[in-house]
Design a protein around this ligand. Structure first.
Ligand code: PHE
Length: 342
């Protein structure tokens, strides 16, 4: 029996020396240290050993087992994977497609407003503003609207409840800012007035209940219709491109006399006539005219000394005609497929 133990000891020593990897160490454990292993096998044979030798043999076996366990523990630590090399989370999958990063930017409508401001400030206009909530006087009366003018109708104007006043409303155009500027400044006056306006209208592809306008006003001695025409045509060429075709056409507004409208060639049919331009080949972009003498008088400006022109246009409309957009509502839906084109 002691011989068998000595034999196994040399075997274990040889095996220990041969351990070169974690797999070898595991094989060593399975061969010698498990319940069916070599050492346990010798322990089983302890029964056959005569009584007087049991103590000596048992001791030798215990020593052998301790030596084998120590050898295995030492090998296990030597070949264990260092903890820092074990990934704590799954590795990044480098085959995944990349994620697109979208950068925010100014809304196309605000870009259009900024572009218009740029064109007019370069011509020498400054920028003025006024309140969105107006009264009948500034929105209609001072602008020479007769008391029974249909534009004051409940159909078009949003009235605002304000104590016992019945004349408070959301401005229907930016023209009341003209009145405020003329009341508070002495000529020469040269400014544009961009801002939001409100009309009690059904929301369709061509009209909304809320939209933007840019108004222009120039008051000085000897201002002429020719200067008005030059200014608005120059604006249209700057905004739509130097090759745009323009048509100056007579019109009517209560606050200007004479009045006119400026048309550009239809973006769709290029003048041949189509559904968009109602077969005319032309699309209206702005209203304008010489400031009515009554309006100047209402603001304390003597029409015998001063004259002036005014113009006004919708920002959505001018933008739609520029980019060929056929539905105004698209400008308010914030659909990324539209926005990312600007
Ligand atoms: N205020 C007019 C409108 O809303 C536009 C306009 C402004 C016309 C100034 C003439 C002069 O339709």
């Amino acid at each position: 029996m002691l011989e068998a133990i000595a034999e196994l000891r040399s075997q274990i020593e040889a095996d220990t020396a041969a351990i070169a990897s974690a797999t070898d160490a595991e094989a060593f454990r399975l061969k010698h240290l498990v319940r069916k292993g070599t050492i346990a096998g010798l322990f089983d044979r302890l029964r056959e050993v005569p009584k007087e030798q049991k103590r000596e043999v048992g001791q030798a076996l215990n020593e052998l087992r301790t030596a084998a366990e120590t050898a295995f523990a030492e090998a296990e630590t030597r070949f264990a994977t260092p903890e820092s090399a074990v990934p704590s989370h799954p590795r990044a999958d480098v085959t995944l497609p990349g994620r697109t990063l979208y950068h925010g930017h100014e809304h196309p409508l605000m870009q259009a407003k900024a572009r218009m401001e740029e064109i007019f400030t370069r011509m020498g206009f400054s920028i003025a503003s006024g309140p969105d909530i107006e009264d009948d006087y500034h929105n209609f009366e001072a602008l020479n609207f007769p008391p029974d003018h249909p534009a004051r109708d409940m159909q078009d104007t949003f009235f605002v409840e304000s104590g016992d006043r019945a004349d408070v409303l959301l401005r229907t155009h930016t023209s009341p800012v003209q009145i405020r500027v003329m009341q508070s400044q002495k000529p020469p006056i040269r400014c544009i007035m961009p801002g939001r306006v409100y009309r009690n209208e059904a929301i369709t592809a061509r009209a909304g209940a809320e939209f933007y306008q840019v108004e222009g006003l120039y008051i000085d001695k000897g201002v002429t219709m020719a200067q008005l025409k030059g200014t608005v045509c120059e604006f249209a060429r700057a905004y739509y491109g130097a090759d745009v075709n323009l048509r100056f056409r007579t019109s009517f507004f209560p606050f200007t006399e004479p009045s006119a409208e400026l048309d550009i060639t239809c973006f769709l049919c290029k003048g041949d006539g189509c559904r968009i331009c109602k077969e005319s080949g032309w699309l209206e972009i702005l209203g304008c005219g010489m400031v009515h003498p009554n309006v100047l008088r209402n603001c304390g400006i003597d029409p015998e000394i001063y004259s002036g022109y005014a113009f006004g246009m919708g920002i959505e409309r001018t933008l739609m005609l520029k980019i060929g957009l056929n539905d105004l509502r698209l400008l308010y839906e914030n659909d990324i497929r539209l926005l990312e084109q600007f």
